[in-house]
Design a protein. Structure first.
Length: 106
């Protein structure tokens, strides 16, 4: 006998679909406070190039200052290899043009 509630099933389904995610953990939905803090601290942004993206959500970034960092986003990020992005590592925000994503560092 299943002990799952309808809400639990809905939450899990929503997260699998990406844009409907209700989780506020790093790498899931971008919270308003998370975004506001990242925007309020402009010195925290680091420019990078997308080196690779895999189907499980891992994104490898080659930092312009040297080195690389791996981040994770729960949904298909639709980032092209070679695309310029900016990462705010302290608050876990990845900027791709006008789009902002919550990311967890791997």
């Amino acid at each position: 006998m299943s002990t799952r509630t309808r809400l639990q099933t809905t939450v899990e389904t929503a997260c699998e679909r990406g844009g409907m995610c209700v989780h506020d953990r790093a790498g899931h939905g971008l919270g308003a406070l998370q975004l506001r803090l990242a925007l309020a601290t402009p010195t925290g942004w680091t420019d990078a190039i997308v080196a690779s993206v895999d189907e499980s959500g891992w994104i490898v970034l080659e930092l312009w200052a040297g080195g690389s960092v791996t981040v994770w986003h729960h949904a298909e990020a639709a980032l092209a290899e070679g695309a310029p992005v900016s990462l705010h590592a302290r608050y876990g925000v990845l900027a791709d043009g006008a789009r902002r994503l919550s990311v967890a560092q791997g």
